[in-house]
Design a binder for this molecule. Structure first.
Ligand SMILES: Nc1nc(=O)c2c([nH]1)NC[C@@H]1CN(c3ccc(C(=O)N[C@@H](CCC(=O)O)C(=O)O)cc3)C=[N+]21
Ligand SMILES: [Mg+2]
Length: 288
């Protein structure tokens, strides 16, 4: 039987409907409109597309969004000054500074400067620490999107062996923590693999749930996957020749091996954006 294709676009649309209702309810009781501010430094093409999509998403659910576009040569001091003013501005609930940043700016310094209660990416060390301790304020958007795809698709994580490929601070590391946590979408036995892992395919072949977040086109081949495994593809790579978005897994080949799989595009990407909306509403609620 070919793999069930997990429709992230549809699941994200359902989520947005729920968020829109929650935003309306929040507004009815407080008169507050949640407000997300995105900062885009420079003119990276992919970043510009992502930020534009995000603005359209906000409009769909009744969240106000503002975009600050800064030139590529912006100094770190100037960016810090903008973030400080946004931190203090009560009408701003969520702040997202689009990554990557130009070379003259230290990303960690910038992420550390965002008020943790407005940190809708959940990249601030205080929020990362809270996730590690199992008492999150915000969950990072891409890992939360992956977890929600599993829950919405009825894929049991409890007791399952989840293998996470990739140890980034943005996806692999926090997702591993979340899958291990007690409760829905958690209680998994988690293995994290990375570029230095020995015997990689023996490990990935033990996965009931395999999550690929390494940023390498078609890295996960059919021989690395146990028949019947669920595969979540976090990769968003641009195919040099066709210009199309491709994931980290050999999708066509895995259709005959996996029990369920996410496509790229239309899998994790739309979920990431939906979770950002949810975090913005959470931030607005926190401000009350
Ligand atoms: N501070 C920060 N937070 C982020 O969350 C963040 C970031 N910086 N920098 C860049 C990455 C990347 N990212 C994506 C989110 C959604 C799609 C997405 O919606 N993808 C669609 C396709 C979009 C298209 O066609 O280009 C899909 O997969 O179906 C893609 C990429 C968020 N990021
Ligand atoms: Mg993300």
């Amino acid at each position: 039987m070919p793999a069930k294709i997990i429709d992230g676009k549809a699941i994200a649309a359902d989520l947005r409907e729920k968020i829109a209702a929650d935003v309306a309810e929040f507004h009815a009781s407080t008169s507050v409109t949640p407000h997300l501010v995105a900062i885009l430094v420079g003119d990276d093409q992919a970043s510009a597309v992502y930020v534009r999509n995000k603005e359209a998403d906000c409009a769909k659910v009744g969240i106000k969004s503002t975009l600050h576009r800064l030139p590529a040569e912006t100094t770190q001091a100037d960016l810090l000054e903008l973030i400080q003013s946004l931190n203090h501005y009560p009408d701003v609930h969520g702040i997202l500074c689009q990554l990557p940043l130009p070379a003259q700016i230290d990303e960690q310094t910038i992420l550390d400067s965002i008020d943790p209660s407005k940190d809708v990416d959940a990249f601030h060390p205080e929020n990362v620490g809270r996730i590690a301790q199992g008492r999150p304020r915000f969950l990072p958007c891409t890992p939360h999107g992956c977890q929600h795809l599993l829950i919405a698709s009825g894929i049991e994580t409890k007791g399952a062996h989840a293998v996470v490929l990739g140890r980034s601070e943005i996806v692999g590391k926090p997702l591993a923590m979340m899958l291990m946590q007690r409760g829905a979408g958690g209680d998994a036995t988690v293995t994290i693999c990375h570029s230095r892992t020995k015997g990689l395919s023996e490990i990935t072949r033990q996965a009931d749930i395999l999550i690929a977040a390494i940023g390498k086109t078609k890295f996960v081949t059919a021989d690395m996957v146990k028949p019947g495994a669920a595969v979540i593809d976090v990769g968003i790579n641009r195919d040099e020749s066709t210009g199309k978005l491709v994931g980290d897994v050999d999708y066509e080949a895995l259709l005959d091996v996996a029990s369920a799989i996410t496509p790229v595009p239309g899998g994790v990407g739309p979920m990431t954006r939906a979770m950002l909306l949810r975090n913005t509403l959470t931030a607005a609620k926190l401000s009350r």
